[in-house]
Design a protein around this ligand. Structure first.
Ligand SMILES: Nc1ncnc2c1ncn2[C@@H]1O[C@H](COP(=O)(O)OP(=O)(O)OP(=O)(O)O)[C@@H](O)[C@H]1O
Ligand SMILES: O=c1ccn([C@@H]2O[C@H](COP(=O)(O)O)[C@@H](O)[C@H]2O)c(=O)[nH]1
Length: 290
């Protein structure tokens, strides 16, 4: 099963998260959660788009804080006992004791994460959740409070504030779990240390990370080729350069963090798709995933 998109994070007209639905490659489904009427002050305005320069960085930081408090307020409204995600003094991740298996798939932009994940879905029955796809879907969703923000972060090759991405992933995982799925490939996430820590504290510990190593020149060539038809706003040389930089500066520390825990399997990706896939399958089988 491949879940590409999730609707979440409320509508422009409502400060509350009242409606959630998920589209999948299979029959589409919509899940309605309990609606909560807001009695509290309206949330802060949407954060400003990313900008360069120190003023831009300050605005970005304020934006990230604002988005965090907006989402936290929506999710953890004490007056709403029926809120979609209950306010919990959580003692550990929502999914403990191996209830679900989570494999992170990391690698530079264009290293082939999506391609290999799609193959694994076919043969191993994983649910494939691409954080980038979830964000793009939320960006396009009519009425999304965060559409503009997501669009700007993606074009700038920056990491969207974790609250948005973790909430999208959590919702998608819960929806799939409710339908009986327990094996998840989380593609392109976590891209930043805060995401890694929040996900593992709040949702589930990862079993391990598949890390796709690929020379930048190879990734660049692939992305420029993909850009001819993808319609992605970040498959152009300007955005790709920024994405490479973010990958090195912000995402590699996550890989290093899991490597220190002995939880990274490296795959060399500068090879034909089927050769890479053989490596991936061997790696999984070494970890007892068949
Ligand atoms: N082993 C490979 N050899 C040649 N081309 C490949 C290989 N793997 C993927 N590609 C192509 O490279 C492009 C990028 O692949 P893919 O979308 O899987 O990468 P990704 O890591 O998911 O990228 P992003 O993070 O930007 O979404 C696609 O057009 C894909 O068809
Ligand atoms: O956890 C995440 C994952 C992705 N993003 C943003 O999306 C784009 C595209 O991601 P792909 O995985 O290449 O589809 C990425 O450059 C980030 O801007 C994110 O913010 N957080």
């Amino acid at each position: 099963m491949f879940v590409r998109s999730s609707r979440l994070l409320g509508r422009k007209s409502s400060p509350q998260f009242t409606r959630f639905s998920t589209k999948s490659r299979g029959p589409s489904s919509a899940i309605r959660f309990n609606s909560t009427k807001s009695t509290s002050t309206p949330p802060p305005p949407p954060p400003p788009p990313p900008q360069t320069g120190s003023k831009g960085k300050i605005l970005l930081a304020i934006g990230a804080l604002a988005i965090g408090s907006t989402i936290a307020a929506s999710l953890y409204n004490k007056d709403s006992p029926k809120s979609a995600v209950e306010p919990v003094a959580q003692k550990g991740p929502a999914f403990q004791d191996g209830k679900i298996k989570v494999i992170f798939v990391l690698g530079g932009p264009g290293s082939g994460k999506g391609t290999q994940s799609a193959l694994l879905v076919k043969e191993h029955g994983f649910v494939h959740l691409s954080a980038g796809d979830l964000l793009r879907e939320e960006q396009k969703r009519e009425g999304s409070k965060y559409g503009e923000l997501i669009a700007n972060y993606i074009k700038e090759g920056l990491i969207v504030p974790q609250e948005v991405t973790v909430a999208l992933l959590e919702q998608a995982i819960k929806e799939s779990y409710a339908k009986g799925s327990t094996k998840f490939l989380i593609d392109g996430f976590p891209r930043k240390m805060d995401q890694a820590l929040t996900f593992e504290n709040q949702i589930a510990k990862s079993s391990f990370t598949l890390f796709f190593e690929c020379p930048e020149q190879v990734m660049l060539k692939r992305l420029l080729e993909r850009g001819k038809t993808s319609g992605r706003t970040d498959d152009n040389i300007e955005s790709i350069t920024k994405r490479f930089r973010t990958f090195i500066e912000t995402s590699m520390p996550v890989v290093n963090h899991f490597e220190e825990q002995g939880k990274v399997i490296k795959v060399q990706c500068d090879q034909p798709v089927d050769v890479v896939y053989t490596q991936v399958k061997n790696a999984l089988s070494e970890k007892g995933v068949n």
